[in-house]
Design a protein around this ligand. Sequence first.
Ligand code: AVI
Length: 320
Amino acid sequence: MNTAVSYPRFFDAGPEPMHLREEVVGGLARRPKRLSPKLLYDARGSALFDIICELPEYYPTRTETAILRDNARGIAGLIGEECVLIEPGAGSCHKAELLLCHLPAAAYVPTDICGDHVREAAQRLATRFPRLEVASACADFSQFEVLSSFVPPGRRVVFFPGSTIGNFEPHEAKRFLVNAAGFVGPDGGLLIGVDLKKEPERLDAAYNDIRGITAEFNLNLLTRLNRELQGDFHVNRFHHQAFYDTDKGRVEMHLRSEAAQEVSVAGLRFRFLPGETIHTENSYKYTIQEFHRLAANAGFVPGGVWTDRERLFSVHYLTP
Ligand code: AVI
């Protein structure tokens, strides 16, 4: 019998295909039609998102990366003693790599809804930091209870960069923060990236890049439904739409049906009117004060905040 355990350890806690069906059928039956932004991240969607992060119009990634790089020592100093760094939704783990050069971390636990992607990245980090214990998992980023079962013992610090918190509705963002506070416990912390409010033109450009990669990322959701739920979407009969709503303080992303059409997915038929959309993502933007208020409502105390010179993006260290 082969009892060899591969290193780094990997846990598969990904959602069952049944959940995908329920989520999609439920979302397409709603008025207006709505699908969770989590569905954007199959293997192709994750690869497209990595390309988005490099686009000139998409400022969040390079700005946050520069903030982390320029302040890595100060951040590590605030985090203090040895910790276990847990990164939900880690993707390619590039930002954690910047911190791990300075942080007294005993272990690093990246998780992602796209298991293959995070597993490969974990392997790379384990090679680069041979003294660090690395364990990765395919998991939904809000599944803190699942994480508890395989995170190595130690003081917990959650790293949640990229302004992924902005993809939650405000009540979900609060619930995520409450759960994160409970998960890290009184001696832990949360290092989190939050995109800041700014002029609409800059935001509109960031979600409507000239190369059309964000459009491809959005439309890939339909290709995924065709493949995984036996859908018959004609992808070229839908268009990417993204705009900043100043009143709601969020960028909305939609897939717009150009004509009246009927689509079959998961064995059910759904009708689209001309111009009708599937709402696929919200990306909320906060001021520093707004985010502090949200964090305080969830039981966190601000420990430090770093921004860039243009005040495009912010990184916060919070403690329960
Ligand atoms: C992952 N998330 C923070 C990105 C955002 O900016 O809301 C996802 C994205 N959607 C379109 N471009 C990038």
